[in-house]
Ligand binder design. Structure first.
Ligand SMILES: C[S@@+](CC[C@H](N)C(=O)[O-])C[C@H]1O[C@@H](n2cnc3c(N)ncnc32)[C@H](O)[C@@H]1O
Length: 226
């Protein structure tokens, strides 16, 4: 069982997402357990203050270090401890695989201008970004990480949903998919997929996966080629 801890100012954002679909089924099957904790519970003043003005000046508020340290200590969290951050390393399938192979994963969500950098330094945390854009808070990023990790846990997906034919699993993008009807508004399903010839279908899918990766993700194609 994978234990996932999330430290956040908005625990309610996780309720529906973690109770639904494949992640919800994985919880019910005992493959993953979530502990979602409120950062404000680790403050000690009457206003439950989690932020303060940045040293050196500038706009925005910075999340204080103490509540994050106390939350992580209270959870007795073991590595990896991940701070969701736009300046982090890019979240990839490889990282999802690494997290899915561990026994525990702790995700710390930022908000406002930033998180005090001593959280990363002092907790030995990894900074992870889900893309080159800025979100309002780490919660949507944490949900992306959780979803990508949980679907890789053995037993999370049924056979018909197998992850092994998805984009990035073997490096390439996945080929396009079609279902009935064979013709819709003048748009036709490629003949080969209707042929029943499994060798030709496999060859077509492989060629499409290669073509799409080469065209859309030359960065990935270059790495695979090397
Ligand atoms: C408004 S953002 C702060 C952005 C920060 N000032 C910067 O320029 O990198 C607030 C929080 O959203 C989360 N966040 C924003 N963009 C993210 C991304 N691309 N990936 C992961 N988390 C992100 C982080 O937890 C961050 O602390």
């Amino acid at each position: 069982m994978l234990r996932v801890n999330v430290v956040t100012l908005f625990p309610e954002l996780f309720t529906a997402a973690l109770g639904s679909s494949i992640v919800g089924r994985a919880v019910a099957a005992g493959l993953v357990r979530f502990r979602i904790v409120q950062l404000r519970d680790y403050t000690h003043d009457k206003h439950h203050t989690v932020d303060d003005a940045p040293y050196g000046g500038g706009a925005g508020m910075v999340l204080k270090p103490e509540p994050f340290f106390e939350a992580v200590e209270d959870l007795k969290a073991t590595p990896p401890i991940v701070v969701l951050s736009a300046r982090g390393q890019l979240f990839t399938h490889q990282l999802a695989v690494r997290y899915s192979l561990g026994s525990e994963l702790t995700l710390l969500c930022g908000h406002y201008k930033d998180i005090d950098n001593r959280v990363v330094d002092g907790l030995g945390a990894e900074e992870v970004s889900i893309g080159d854009f800025v979100l309002t808070g780490g919660e949507p990023a944490a949900l992306c990480v959780v979803d990508a990790v949980v679907r890789l846990l053995p037993g999370a997906l049924g056979d018909h949903e197998s992850a092994s034919s998805d984009s990035h699993y073997e490096g390439l993008l996945a080929p396009p998919s079609y279902t009935r009807p064979p013709s819709y508004r003048g748009l036709e399903v490629p003949d080969v997929l209707l042929s029943g010839d499994h060798d030709r279908i496999a060859a077509w899918r492989a060629a499409e996966a290669e073509r799409l990766t080469r065209e859309r993700r030359p960065d990935i194609w270059k790495k695979l080629d090397a």
